[in-house]
Write a protein that binds this ligand. Structure first.
Ligand SMILES: Nc1ncnc2c1ncn2[C@@H]1O[C@H](COP(=O)(O)OP(=O)(O)OP(=O)(O)O)[C@@H](O)[C@H]1O
Length: 227
């Protein structure tokens, strides 16, 4: 059997330790995501969802507990190796798209590939393929400001998937959209994720969307429990 794409084991995280405003956000939070599995994380605001996603995305370290990505324990790795894992194995989507305003949709999708060493031709070809998948080929040369909110978010999904990651981490990817757009964007995301066979951890407040994923976890008192 292959390793889980993500294994978080008994993560503990306290902010401001020893100070009056000390707050323990994660209390032995654990989860495992198999290859191709799409997991929803439902959590009230302030319960530690972003903290957990930051740790899973190797942007922050836990106080204790372990993080394994495709079987590799990340604590103790050099910054360089950690950056390589983030670039090659993880894809990120946020509530706001964070596309670069001065570049076109296709160029935004090409950039992470160029950073990973792809040629411009190969990167733009892959961008075109991804844009076609989310029905945005006619918008390839548009800058983000010339796209609707739902279109911008679909471009952000393409960018997240550009380097063929095995795990997608998404923090309320449809949180900023109206219900109809949210539905369309969610469908686009699921179709991309299913097509590539990647695993995904998707934080959402939308219980209806969560119910359509393979598994739902709830954040409760700093732990993840089956929802
Ligand atoms: N860098 C930090 N320093 C101190 N406290 C922090 C820090 N980051 C987060 N917190 C606190 O930790 C708790 C959890 O924050 P986190 O952002 O993980 O929650 P969340 O579930 O993602 O919330 P939201 O849905 O509102 O974004 C909050 O009480 C927050 O104020």
């Amino acid at each position: 059997m292959s390793d889980p794409v993500l294994c978080l084991d008994r993560l503990v995280k306290t902010y401001n330790p020893g100070l009056p405003n000390e707050i323990t956000v994660l209390r032995e939070a654990s989860l495992e995501i198999a290859q191709g599995e799409v997991v929803a994380m439902v959590a009230p605001s302030g319960s530690g969802k972003s903290t957990l996603l930051h740790i899973a995305g190797l942007l922050d370290a836990p106080d204790s507990g372990s993080v394994r990505v495709n079987g590799t324990e990340v604590s103790g790795l050099s910054d360089r190796r950690r950056t390589a894992i983030r670039r090659d194995e993880l894809g990120f989507v946020y509530q706001f798209h964070h596309l670069l305003p001065e570049f076109s949709a296709a160029e935004n999708i090409a950039l992470p590939q160029l950073a990973a060493g792809a040629s411009r031709g190969a990167a733009m070809a892959r961008a075109a393929e991804l844009l076609e998948h989310v029905d945005l080929s006619p918008r390839a040369d548009h800058r983000p400001a010339e796209l609707s909110g739902g279109e911008q978010q679909r471009v952000a999904f393409c960018r997240a998937l550009a380097n063929g990651p095995s795990l997608l981490l998404a923090d309320e990817p449809t949180g900023n959209l109206d219900p109809a757009t949210s539905e369309r964007v969610f469908e686009a995301l699921m179709s991309l994720v299913r097509e590539t066979g990647m695993g995904a951890l998707i934080a959402t407040h939308n219980l209806e969307l969560a119910g359509r994923m393979d598994r739902v976890l709830r954040m409760e008192d700093g732990r993840l429990v089956a929802g």
